[in-house]
Design a protein around this ligand. Structure first.
Ligand SMILES: [Zn+2]
Length: 269
């Protein structure tokens, strides 16, 4: 599932390409991906301008004129492609938004969705999310305080969207690895220098992953060479059995609190 770096990368790229563009056509192949009738969706969205694309947690928000918002969650299998009919990937699409000749294709939206909200509906929908990793008031001191009262382990803590928004299975493992901490550690029992390291690692791993274009494999547009660059740079995620880049020991794959979890049992403590 795309996480903070993938969605932030998408947000930046889409703002470069569709900001202030008018939605000139809509195709709905899977009405279930919407939260309103196809007719209402079309009536409200067609002809509006995408004022900008925002992001909250793992979701994108297409801010439309007239205080209407499209909330996109790609969930497990969702992807996007921006291009013309000629370079559209050979995959079935659930929704297509047209900007003249170019379309934004939504692919693999089975659990994912594109929901239409007014301002109040959007606020309600997002109200239970925790702080963003780069919120100015999420200081190292506040982060340490948040960990102190937290039950469970680091893996469940970092991936809990109500506690901290935007991190999932991949980056929780990458952050724990960068911090040299086992994902099974109890957050409340961490030493002060360990919480400090976890905080720094959270920000540095996410920054690096965004710069590399995240881990989504499908290019966003034809000629896009940045998207997916982080695949090569993952240190532990999906690398079970491979030698640890830090110490050479094989990376361990385990299920922790029913989540996939990868770590080095030698240099993470
Ligand atoms: Zn190691």
């Amino acid at each position: 599932m795309p996480e903070w770096p993938e969605m932030e990368h998408y947000r930046q790229e889409l703002n470069k390409r569709i900001q202030n563009r008018k939605i000139s056509g809509i195709t709905v192949n899977r009405p279930k991906s919407l939260n309103v009738s196809e007719e209402e969706f079309r009536k409200t969205v067609l002809g509006t301008v995408v004022e900008r694309v925002d992001r909250r947690a793992k979701q994108l928000i297409f801010v439309l004129g007239g205080e209407r918002y499209l909330l996109l969650h790609l969930m497990l299998d969702g992807m996007m492609h921006l291009g013309t009919e000629a370079d559209k990937p050979d995959r079935s699409t659930q929704i297509e938004l047209y900007f003249g000749d170019t379309a934004l294709y939504f692919i693999g939206l089975r659990l994912g969705y594109l929901h239409l909200y007014d301002k109040r509906g959007l606020e309600e929908e997002l109200s239970s999310l925790g702080p963003e990793p780069f919120d100015a008031d999420l200081t190292a001191a506040r982060f340490a305080d948040m960990l102190k009262t937290r039950k469970g382990n680091l893996k469940t803590c970092l991936t809990d969207q109500h506690w901290l928004a935007g991190i999932g299975n991949c980056y929780s493992d990458e952050i724990c690895f960068a911090a040299g901490l086992l994902p099974s550690r109890r957050p409340a029992a961490l030493e002060e220098h360990e919480t400090a390291r976890l905080y720094t690692s959270m920000r540095s791993v996410l920054t690096e992953a965004l710069r590399a274009g995240g881990y989504m494999e499908m290019p966003l547009y034809s000629g896009d060479e940045r998207t997916g660059g982080f695949n090569e740079l993952c240190r532990v995620y999906d690398r079970g059995g491979e030698p640890c880049v830090r110490c050479g020991n094989p990376i361990v794959f385990q299920t922790l609190s029913s989540r996939k979890c990868f770590f080095c049992s030698n240099c993470q403590t």
